[in-house]
Design a protein around this ligand. Structure first.
Ligand code: GTP
Ligand code: MG
Length: 189
């Protein structure tokens, strides 16, 4: 599928504002700064569509984008980062957990993004268990492969794969736009 249009629809601080009209959802989840918003911009080829930042905590709401008038991309805040104390973090966690716990009437695909260099954090592994527990349709993508040299990357991908067991991983780079077409194919399959 080629992305021909991608527009921002709405942002919401709570799950109550989620837009549900039966069109499929593809939601991005992962640590703060792992590149969720950058991935959305790379996939849609719309620079600045989703707000990105060099410092964690760029995405504060659940943001929805309508793609090709066919499905929604959902950008969520990250986890694993405390800004201004625990209150902020708890609020973010609520939004992520609420999104994972709610059962959407349409098709829902969750893309869990892991940092190639850092590997899966305990939070990532917890989220993975939640995805399985809720019976979600999910994909695990490994971003920032450009940060590792070939041999190191190979080793790290093997390491990540063993930590995740049988779950398939999709390595890519939002920055260098490598393997973005493969990722798009998976999320729209
Ligand atoms: N080297 C490298 N940097 C990347 C890549 N993707 C994203 N980044 C950088 O990582 C930083 C965070 O990117 P964001 O897209 O804002 O991350 P996020 O996961 O949306 O972060 P929050 O909204 O805070 O949860 C930015 O400085 C990006 O330029 C990548 O593939 N390679
Ligand atoms: Mg973001």
């Amino acid at each position: 599928m080629e992305i021909k249009s991608a527009v921002f629809i709405k942002g919401s601080p709570t799950i109550n504002g989620v837009f549900e009209d039966g069109l499929p959802h593809v939601a991005f989840i992962g640590r703060s700064n792992v590149g969720k918003s950058s991935t959305i911009n790379a996939l849609t080829k719309v620079k600045g569509l989703a707000k990105t930042s060099g410092s964690p905590g760029a995405t504060k709401h659940l943001n929805m984008f309508l793609v090709n008038n066919k499905f929604y991309i959902v950008d969520l805040p990250g986890y694993g980062f405390v800004k201004g104390g625990s209150g902020r973090r708890d609020t973010l966690h609520d939004l992520i957990e609420d999104y994972l716990a709610y059962s959407y009437e349409g098709k829902q695909t969750i893309v869990l993004i892991i940092d190639a260099k850092v590997g899966p954090s305990n939070d990532d592994l917890d989220i993975l268990e939640m995805l399985k527990g809720h019976g979600k349709n999910f994909i695990v993508a490994v971003n920032k492969i450009d940060r590792l040299k070939n041999a190191e990357l190979k080793k790290q991908l093997t390491n990540i794969q063993s930590l995740l067991g049988g779950t398939k991983i999709l390595p890519y780079s939002a920055l260098k736009k490598s393997k973005i077409a493969e990722l798009l194919k998976e999320i729209t399959a």
